[in-house]
Design a protein around this ligand. Structure first.
Ligand code: GLN
Length: 475
């Protein structure tokens, strides 16, 4: 079996048929990591020994007649998600050496499904960024062009899948951190509806926006991982207690009559022409498959970026208050307690400090109503735009990002420019929608372009099937 082109579903079929074992597949991933990850740098921690043990257990379970959904499938996990006994840094020096004593809910689910956890992938510090350049450890490189970023913040998870170093992976998406790197790396990335997946054991960034998402080389692969982690968890108070549909069975490829909304506000001047052309071509392709195209408007789109950059830092400033060197990670000595906390918190990187300052300012007495309060009101308008649109359409189609992967270093001195990388993804996080990115071609440099499909609350099956129909018709 050529593991560099094998999909998760192929591997699953192969293991069921007995033509390949989990130990072989896991060893192939570790070999690929040894061969290419010195350049790509998608993993912060590779837990090879544990992975091979899990693989051997999975093979034994299969020999005993077990066929749980991800039995023996090697999966990578973003390093803001807790895996019992494996270092979790969140891409930050402030958590260096921190070993969580428990599994996040999503990791419990993966393990129950029989998955093998290969390792922890690189991320912008506390998931704040769009390129992995804010990781305190190193920058991940795009497997399609090593001089370019893989996107972020879940860039390590996207690059691991694109580089043949995992059959699927977990990321998190607060403003685009699954969809944007999926787009840059030419893989599929799903951001489920807020509450669909439990965040228990996931490092909090902005709690009203954070959601765990999945990556795969294909729509079916992405769906298989999502199927495993979706569901209610009483330990996350925002978790939705709703039945989990059979998403994999929903991939019929039939989209006849599907109403696809195309919002005028997402095709703006200044965006990359090749991206626009590819996305418009993909939408025309959906029409050929039987979908009906509807021109729509999401009139408050232009407020999404400023609203996000008030709400996300405000929530981050509160969530990050817990890193004081007393409960987690390294502790710096000081003359007294305040001094020690100050010295410990100096371990945060520049972007994290910037967010904490922006957030505390927006929440401070005298400015709260002017900034945070107004942002919440504007958020309602953005959310209502989507609700109104979904009265007319089933799916909204847009570009995932305004450009393809940019050069490493191109935006590191330009925080606003970096923030704009998420201009098409973050309005979804402010609403109650779900979304995904599916590859829809390449630009003249051979860099992948992503089509974003947005669905109404809990309509993951609809967008996954639309993406599946599109993907299958290209084969
Ligand atoms: N790039 C956005 C930010 O920096 C989104 C990050 C994310 O989704 N985690 O906040």
């Amino acid at each position: 079996m050529d593991f560099s082109t094998t999909t998760l579903t192929d591997l699953r079929d192969g293991m069921r048929a007995g033509s390949v074992s989990s130990v072989q597949a896991t060893q192939a991933m570790l070999d690929q990591i040894a061969a290419v990850d010195g350049d790509i740098k998608s993993y912060i921690t590779v837990s090879g020994e544990i992975a091979l043990q899990q693989a051997a257990v999975a093979d034994q379970r299969r020999a005993d007649g077990d066929d749980t959904p991800l039995l023996g499938v090697p999966i990578a996990v973003k390093d803001i998600i807790a895996v019992d006994g494996v270092q979790m840094t969140a891409g930050s020096k402030i958590l260096e050496g921190f070993v969580p004593p428990y599994d996040a809910f999503v990791v419990q689910k993966l393990k129950e499904a029989g998955a093998v956890i290969i390792g922890k992938t690189n991320t912008d510090e506390f998931a704040m960024g769009s390129s992995t350049e804010n990781s305190a450890y190193f920058t991940t490189r795009n497997p399609h062009d090593l001089s370019r970023v893989p996107g972020g913040s879940s860039g390590g998870s996207a690059a691991a899948v694109a580089g043949g170093m995992a059959f699927g992976s977990l990321g998190s998406d607060t403003g685009g951190s699954v969809r944007q790197p999926a787009s840059f790396c030419g893989v599929v990335g799903l951001r489920p509806t807020y509450g669909r997946v439990s965040r228990w054991g996931v490092t909090a960034f902005a709690s009203s926006l954070d959601q765990v998402g999945t990556f795969g080389r294909t729509v079916a692969d992405t769906t298989a991982v999502f199927q495993t982690i979706a569901g209610y968890d009483r330990r996350d108070s925002t978790s939705l207690n709703r039945p989990v549909p059979n998403y994999e069975a929903a991939l019929t490829g039939n989209i006849k009559g599907l109403r696809v909304g195309v919002p005028a506000e997402y095709f703006v001047e200044g965006m990359d022409e090749e991206v626009e052309t590819a996305v418009r071509t993909a939408i025309a392709h959906l029409e050929k498959l039987g979908a009906e195209r509807v021109e729509i408007s999401l009139p408050h789109t232009r407020y999404a970026l400023p609203v996000y950059y008030l709400i996300a830092p405000a929530e981050a400033s509160a969530n990050l208050a817990r890193y004081d060197g007393i409960r987690y990670g390294p502790r710096r000595k000081g003359e007294n307690m305040i001094d020690a906390v100050k010295k410990t918190r100096a371990l945060f990187g520049d972007e994290v400090k910037r967010r904490i300052m922006l957030g505390t300012y927006a929440l401070s007495a005298g400015y709260y109503d002017a900034y945070y309060g107004r942002a919440l009101k504007a958020r309602t308008l953005i959310k209502n735009d989507f609700l109104t649109a979904f009265e007319q359409v089933d799916v909204i189609a847009t570009p995932t990002a305004p450009t393809t992967a940019f050069k490493i270093g191109a935006k590191t001195d330009d925080p606003l420019g970096m923030y704009l990388a998420d201009v098409f993804t973050l309005s979804l996080n402010l609403s109650a929608s779900c979304g995904l990115s599916v590859p829809c071609g390449t630009d003249s440099d051979g860099l992948p372009i992503g089509l974003q499909l947005i669905g109404n609350t809990l309509q993951e099956a609809t967008i996954l099937n639309a993406a599946y129909a599109y993907e299958q018709s290209l084969l």
